[in-house]
Ligand binder design. Structure first.
Ligand code: ATP
Ligand code: MG
Length: 422
């Protein structure tokens, strides 16, 4: 029997979980302050939802989905959050009750990729979607929220890359221009890109292979093809980003792996030396046709998702929150166990985090553990303390100790913790 976790799927022990929660809480703060509400959708959806939205010919749909049959229905563990959110938006007819909808989410996603640093088979995303706002101001504000979120986490060196894919027509024209340019050189492309030339030519721009890169360098740029409303939208985005003081790099070769994008497209990359190949921490863009493609009314939409594990890596060790514990309670001898358990309960009721050590170890052994937990105070109750009706308080860093009457111990601990904080 194999008792190991599934390859590419990670346990979060408390130290990891603390980091993950820090990211999620910063995200929630940022989004709620901007009027977004949380949406929670199921982890499993009908397979067709992802095939229709993400699209055939994409890596996610062709190779990365966890799909299985149950009760003759094909189900898939969600590889991303946008499709499920759009499904919920439609299913609950949210567009009939509000003209603009702002949602955020956080949770696990599943992709059968080759595991490596920052790339897992179960990973977590925090993300957001806005339905019903067509304008570039909306795009600029969303990007600025991401920048604030990363600043809140003190992730430095994050660079925002933006591009515009234009609407469906511009994208089709660009696709033709790209195919016309690449086809005469097709034999110089990698086999993967040759295949993409037929299935999903825009994805060739994303190739990291040297042979492909050389050809891509002289490929037509989508920015040269954009016109009319598409061009105006991109100019608007650039204008509002500048007004918000958000620095971005225009990357005319930026394309993203999912089919549903059009017009605004963006990625945030963090320091490569920490993250290696997975330096992209955030990806997002407009998907103005998805809701109508799913059978709903024409509804412009934009969203993004950030990889939680990659954000945690980008936090680095310097930001690790310590596991500091205010109070460690040491019970010396059987008679002290019940009073110590009661003291722990009373402290918690007073809002103070504490642990009780009732293992029956020597004081030395218990204080060693208090040190390892970085406790600020140790409270000791033994036979002597019980006889005198006191609790001994040890200040772990000042190496002082004193006896406090048992009936005023809570107040005394509260006071000492407050002093030490100022
Ligand atoms: P990549 O180019 O790194 O494969 P992607 O384009 O597939 O990323 P998206 O689908 O846009 O990524 O997902 C948004 C973010 O989710 C990524 O920028 C990344 O931070 C994170 N992410 C995506 N796939 C994984 C994975 N397998 N493991 C960990 N994080 C991931
Ligand atoms: Mg990917």
């Amino acid at each position: 029997m194999n008792l190991r976790a599934v390859k590419g799927m990670n346990d979060f022990l408390p130290a990891d979980a603390r980091q993950a929660r820090r990211v999620e809480e910063a995200f929630r703060r940022t989004m709620e302050r901007a009027g977004f509400g949380e949406v929670r959708t199921p982890i499993v959806e009908g397979t067709g939802l992802f095939v229709r939205t993400i699209g055939e010919g994409t890596d996610v749909v062709d190779k990365e989905m966890y799909t299985f049959l149950r009760h003759e229905e094909s189900l898939t563990l969600r590889p991303e959050g946008t499709a499920g959110a759009a499904r919920a938006y439609l299913e609950h007819k949210v567009h009939t009750t509000e003209p603009v909808t702002k949602w955020f989410y956080a949770g696990p996603m599943f992709r059968a990729e080759r595991p490596q640093r920052g790339r897992y088979r179960q990973f977590h995303q925090v993300g957001a979607e806005i339905y019903g706002d067509l304008g570039p101001a909306c795009d600029a504000e969303l990007i600025s929220l991401i920048v604030d979120f990363l600043a809140d986490l003190r992730i430095a060196d994050a660079v925002v890359h933006v591009n515009s894919l234009g609407g469906p027509e511009a994208r089709l024209r660009y696709r033709e221009a790209l195919v016309a340019y690449l086809t005469p050189h097709a034999e110089k492309l990698t086999p993967e890109s040759q295949r993409r030339l037929l299935t999903n030519p825009l994805r060739i721009l994303d190739s990291k292979a040297k042979a492909d890169q050389e050809l891509i360098a002289d490929a037509p740029r989508i920015s040269d093809i954009l016109d009319g409303d598409d061009a105006a939208h991109f100019q608007g985005l650039v204008k509002y980003l500048a007004a918000l003081g958000v620095d971005v790099v225009h990357d005319p070769l930026l394309v993203r792996g999912l089919d549903y994008y059009g017009r605004t497209l963006f990625e945030v990359k963090a320091a490569k030396d920490i993250l290696g190949a997975g330096a992209t921490v955030v990806g997002g863009g407009r998907y103005d046709t998805m809701v109508s493609d799913l059978g709903g009314p024409a509804t412009p939409a934009i969203g993004f998702a950030a990889g939680l594990e990659r954000l945690v890596l980008a936090l680095g060790d310097s930001n690790a929150t310590d596991a500091n514990l205010p109070v460690y309670i040491c019970a010396l001898g059987e008679a002290a166990i019940a009073p110590c358990l009661g003291l722990g309960r009373d402290l918690r009721r007073a809002g103070i985090t504490c642990e009780v050590d009732a293992r029956g170890l020597s004081l030395k052994g218990q204080l060693r553990r208090a040190n390892a937990r970085a406790a600020r105070l140790a409270l000791v109750i033994g036979e002597g303390e019980l006889e005198r009706g006191v609790v001994q308080i040890k200040d772990m860093s000042a190496h002082e100790h004193l006896d406090v009457p048992a009936d005023s111990i809570i107040a005394s601990v509260v006071e000492r913790l407050a002093q030490r904080q100022s």
